[in-house]
Design a protein around this ligand. Structure first.
Ligand SMILES: [Zn+2]
Length: 217
């Protein structure tokens, strides 16, 4: 079984990727891991990607797609995988579809984790972390007993710069512009399965299990 996960930041995709991989004995592959692996291995595609990574620039679509295909080809024959964080654009998805077809690899389903913008902002912008013991809280869902004070150790809670509401809104705008069109792309080729990511993680996991059980037939 080969899967692709789609969804905005804050939808819990990373958590689910780990659980789906364990339950179905799949290898979870992130674009960052494969990219670093190919660069470290000094492969042909790794060498082409390295200058972009070193300069902090975006790796062009055709190179990142070649990197991902190289990473997939390193998997043992028959080992199923989950792609999380790739593709990010329709151009990457088209190149991936062509490359996989050429390699005789089939995607069985694309799981689309749906969460509306207001819920995403509450989840991410509500996060607080203890600067000392790293305990995590959410001002909406898991508030500390006293505002901005860690229940465990009494230290001050902080909000990561990445989690500030304006930053979250920017990340969401990028997602809506670049990645949301992938939902239509995969719907048109009949692979899209919608998952309601607003549920608690256990219920999200059950929805995913039902979808994957339905793929067998
Ligand atoms: Zn603490």
């Amino acid at each position: 079984m080969n899967l692709i996960l789609l969804g905005p930041p804050g939808a819990g995709k990373g958590t689910q990727a780990v659980r789906i991989a364990e339950r179905n004995r799949l290898t979870a592959l992130s674009s960052g891991d494969i990219l670093r692996g190919e660069i470290r291995a000094g492969s042909d595609v790794g060498q082409r990607a390295a200058p972009f990574v070193q300069s902090g620039g975006l790796v062009p679509d055709e190179i990142i797609t070649a990197v991902m295909l190289a990473g997939l080809r390193r998997l043992p024959a028959g080992q199923g995988f989950i792609l999380d964080g790739f593709p990010r654009t329709v151009a990457q998805a088209e190149a991936l579809t062509a490359g996989l077809a050429a390699a005789g690899i089939r995607i069985d389903a694309v799981l689309n984790f749906h969460l509306d913008d207001a819920q995403i902002v509450r989840r991410i912008a509500g996060r607080r972390t203890c600067g000392s013991c790293q305990a995590t809280y959410n001002v909406h869902f898991l508030p500390p007993r006293s505002p901005d004070v860690c229940d465990r150790c009494g230290s001050a809670l902080v909000q990561r710069a990445d989690d500030r509401e304006d930053v979250v809104q920017n990340r969401l705008a990028t997602y809506r512009q670049q990645t949301a069109p992938l939902v239509d792309y995969y719907r048109k080729i009949g692979l899209l399965k919608n998952i309601d990511a607003a549920a608690v993680p256990e219920h999200v996991e059950q929805q995913v299990a039902r979808v994957l059980d339905g793929l067998g037939g």
